[in-house]
Design a protein around this ligand. Structure first.
Ligand SMILES: [Zn+2]
Length: 324
């Protein structure tokens, strides 16, 4: 979820995303094995390059020879990626401290980015319809991988029956205890608290690239949405900026990120799992403003961020989808 605010001021934006991963079958031995393409089931791949992880393991980045989806393949299974989300990992990422991380200032920045993404997607029109045209008193909303629940809180403030699902108790407990939010701490795929066709709106902020089967995730979301319900998802975008930067691209974090979608690939994923793409757009140039960054760096951000947005060449993308 937090990844979507890359263009705001955060450089430690990954922590909560990592916390929201799903871990299953802890007793199984870790495995890294070649798998067919999740999107098109092809076995035909072209190697692009190898990338070293933060734990000094090498992973091969390949492009599907059939649909073009860029991915880590052979793919490490859940058990094999687990060490990348260990306690020390979180500690490293949260060296500014929890209090600071959950500060009001950060929340204000986040809310601003949410507003902007929803506005750019055209979501508010749908919201109006649900409240006024369909006269639903409290439309229902679910944030998948909600971490501490900032976006759940955002939607609750807007009058929605808002809830989140989160596998990590550490991340969710802040939202449950401090923010008094409804957060289900459970596995997204098997949770019995999630009822079919019960949500008007679902979000998946910067999580799908971490998932072992994005197709499975989309199908699960599809069954949870009401007819003509909406999904907004964001993910890093494999486009010109990514190709230009290669293995140094800011989102080429492996094996935390397993899939690198192009806009075309994402449209196909949406269509094949039962969604109409109502709107898609990109943003973010890789210039992340830091408080202590120099003038040239800040100027780069001021120029580049709007430019990539106008040219639709950002390396983050947002998809606004309607269940067919
Ligand atoms: Zn493919």
């Amino acid at each position: 979820m937090i990844r979507s605010i890359e263009k705001s001021l955060l450089t430690h934006d990954e922590t909560l995303v990592e916390l929201s991963l799903t871990f299953m079958n802890p007793s199984v031995k870790p495995q890294v094995k070649k798998i067919p393409c999740d999107l098109c089931l092809s076995d035909n791949f072209f190697p692009l390059f190898e990338k070293e992880s933060s734990r000094n393991e090498n992973f091969l980045i390949q492009k599907c020879g059939s649909c073009g989806l860029v991915q880590v393949n052979p793919q490490p299974d859940l058990e094999a990626v687990k060490p990348y989300y260990s306690a020390s990992y979180f500690q490293k990422r949260t060296d500014r401290g929890y209090n600071n991380y959950f500060s009001d200032e950060l929340k204000r920045q986040l809310f601003k980015v949410y507003e902007m993404n929803l506005n750019d997607a055209g979501f508010y029109q749908f919201e109006k319809e649900r409240f006024y045209k369909l006269n639903i008193q409290k439309p229902s909303f679910l944030d998948v991988g909600c971490a501490a629940g900032y976006f759940v809180e955002f939607m609750k403030h807007r009058g929605w029956e808002a809830e989140g699902i989160e596998i990590s108790n550490d991340a969710a407990s802040f939202g449950i205890e401090q923010l008094k939010l409804k957060i289900i701490v459970d596995d997204f795929f098997s949770s019995r608290d999630l009822k079919k066709e019960s949500y008007d709106f679902i979000t998946l902020w910067a999580s799908i690239e971490h998932m072992h089967s994005p197709v499975k995730v989309m199908k699960r979301i599809h069954e949870l949405l009401k007819p003509s319900g909406r999904l907004i998802l964001s993910t890093c975008r494999y486009g010109h900026l990514a190709k230009f930067r290669g293995k140094d691209w800011r989102y080429m974090n492996v094996p935390e990120h397993l899939y690198f979608y192009s806009m075309k690939n994402m449209k196909r994923l949406a269509a094949e799992t039962g969604f109409n793409t109502l709107k898609s757009f990109s943003y973010g140039s890789g210039f992340t403003a830091k408080k202590d960054s120099g003038f040239a760096y800040k100027a780069g951000k001021i120029i580049m961020d709007p430019l990539v947005k106008i040219l639709n060449q950002g390396d983050m993308m947002v998809f606004y989808l309607k269940k067919i």
